[in-house]
Structures are given as structure tokens and as C-alpha cells.
Design a protein around this ligand. Structure first.
Ligand SMILES: [Fe+2]
Ligand SMILES: [Fe+2]
Length: 143
């Protein structure tokens, strides 16, 4: 069962590694959805939430590094959006850890909607710039 499904047409940012990371995030969101649907234990939910936030933190850092290295002018506002998202998720995670089970559902709904919109609106905006950098594209040489 899944609530979020990656497809190239809607979500590809044209960089394989970043597409792969987005798909890992989609899978982890689906895992959390299944755990909530299946009434899994608080321990399981806690682990899935921690894993999702950790993957997201790494993903944001990778995107932000590439933006800086490749001189992307949209870096600063993009980073603000990442930071706001992470701040909100941390609050929800903390509420869940304090015993508010509803916070896990809120977290799932929030990240589901946020990630779909963010990739389409903000991540896809860096593709052209990333792929235009360096002979043959800096990214293509490494990734
Ligand atoms: Fe992203
Ligand atoms: Fe992003």
C-alpha cells in the first residue's frame, strides 16, 4: 500500500542521484503510512519517523551543497524552505515522543503534501542550472 508514488514525468529533477534520493524518501513515507494504517507500535513509528527525518536531513544537505558548488542563485530561499520544513517536522516528532500519537499522522500528512509540492515547484527549478554546469555537465561526470 502506498500514498505517494514517484514517476519520472511529475518528479524527475534530471539528476539520477537526486531522483534516487527522492524515491527513497517516497518509500519511507509509504512505510510510515503502512505502519500507521496497521496500528504498529509506538516504537516502530518512532523508528520510521527518525529514519525519515534523518534521510531528509542528508538529502537537504546534498541538494544545498550542490547548489553552492554549482553557484545556483536560488540557493538562499531554497535553504530557508528546507529549514522551515525540518523545523516543523522536528516539532511534530517531539510531540509524538511526548506521547501524542496524533502527531505521527500529522507528520505523515505534512511531509506527504510538502514533498510532492516541493519537488515539483522548487527542486525542478534547479535542474536546468545544474545540468548546464561544466563541460558535459559536472553532475553527469560524477553521477
Ligand atoms: Fe529534494
Ligand atoms: Fe529541495
Amino acid at each position: 500500500m502506498s500514498i505517494i508514488k514517484w514517476n519520472k514525468k511529475s518528479y524527475s529533477v534530471e539528476v539520477q542521484e537526486l531522483d534516487d534520493q527522492h524515491q527513497v524518501l517516497f518509500n519511507q513515507i509509504n512505510d510510515l503510512y503502512e505502519a500507521l494504517e496497521g496500528q504498529d507500535s509506538d516504537n516502530t513509528l518512532d523508528e520510521l519517523i527518525a529514519r525519515l527525518l534523518s534521510t531528509l536531513r542528508i538529502h537537504f544537505a546534498v541538494e544545498e551543497s550542490l547548489m553552492r558548488i554549482l553557484g545556483y542563485e536560488g540557493y538562499a530561499p531554497h535553504k530557508v524552505i528546507h529549514d522551515q520544513c525540518m523545523g516543523h517536522l522536528r516539532q511534530l516528532e517531539e510531540r509524538f515522543r511526548q506521547g501524542d500519537r496524533e502527531a505521527a499522522t500529522e507528520l505523515l500528512q505534512y511531509i506527504h503534501a510538502w514533498l510532492e509540492g516541493h519537488i515539483r515547484e522548487h527542486d525542478r527549478a534547479y535542474s536546468e542550472h545544474f545540468l548546464s554546469q561544466g563541460p558535459g555537465g559536472l553532475l553527469k561526470r560524477f553521477w
